[in-house]
Structure formats: C-alpha cells, structure tokens
Design a protein around this ligand. Sequence first.
Ligand SMILES: [Zn+2]
Length: 200
Amino acid sequence: MYPLGHLGIALTATRLIGYVGYKVKAGISHQPDELRFENVSERAKKWISRSLDTRFLLLGAVLPDIIDKPWGLLLMKPSIASGHFLCHTLLFALILFAIAVISRGRTKKAMFALAIGTSFHLLLDYSWQDPHTLFWPLLGWQFDRGTSGSFMQASQDAFHWLVTSPDFILGEVIGGISLLITFGRLNKEGWRRFIKSGQL
Ligand SMILES: [Zn+2]
C-alpha cells in the first residue's frame, strides 16, 4: 500500500478501536454515569483524543517505507530490491513497543503511537505474505531479494502494480477520504493543538 492508504487507514482504525474499546470497558465496569450512551460516547472521544499522539501515529504508519525504501532500493541494490528490510520486521515493531513500555510521560505516549502506526503499516503491507522478512531473523538472516534486480526495474514493477492493482486504488481512496474527514474539520485552534500535542 502507498502513503494515503497507510496514513488514513491507520489513523481511522486506531481511533475506532480506541473508541469501541473504551465503550466496551465502560459497559463492563457498570459505573452508573457511564451507562448513559451519549455520556460514554463523549468520554470515549475525549479519551482517545487525549491518549493518542496522532503525529507519531502518522509517522509510524509510513516509517518502515521512509527508512527501508531508499535503503533497500538505492543503497543495497541489487541484493535487496523489494524495499522491505529491517523496519518491515515484527522485531522492529516489538522493539518500538518495548521502548514504549519502559518510557515515561510524553515519550511513552509518542512511542506507543509510533509502534501502533508501524504495526498497521506491516498489516496493510500484507506482510504475512513475506514471512521471511516479517519474522526475521527466525527464518534465516537473509532478506528476500524481491522480484527486481535494479532500481529501474523495481520502479517499473512498482508502477505496473500501481496501475493494475484495485487494492492500491481502493486503499488510497479510503485513506484519502479518511484524512480529509479527520483534518478537514479542524479549525485554527484544532490545527494548533494537533501540531503542539498531537491531539485531534
Ligand atoms: Zn512498506
């Protein structure tokens, strides 16, 4: 998947999961105030807004490509032409989660958001189709070479896939609309808050 799909779907899915999770938890705990539907919904929205540093979630959603694509395609050609390298491994995501667990305060929040964004990236890349990379180094130290042997060939393959893949087009449209809906409703104050604290 490409940037709009990664960014928009990771953002919307994370907010939705947080929102539903909060409501389920409120329902289970049976606190009198929280049994009122609107009240819980409002609280859930505020909680997800407070808890999630959206800036780092969005960064995490594209981080594996930002690091691996240039590294894999340009620096290590032709040995690793797929563009999926260290940052497309489960190990990378787990390291980010581990750093989040041992961190404190704002760093903890940022690292959790980064780890969640990166996990969504792996999911949306269908990483399970390349277990050699996903579970590296459990299945061997070598990374898959991909289908191309040069940067030019890799670019041509990527373009061909781009124009013929309904997955790509659908992902970009859904992601683009999600981003438009989320950020389109922000006023000046909303943008300021987002840039300063990552809250939406
Ligand atoms: Zn990727």
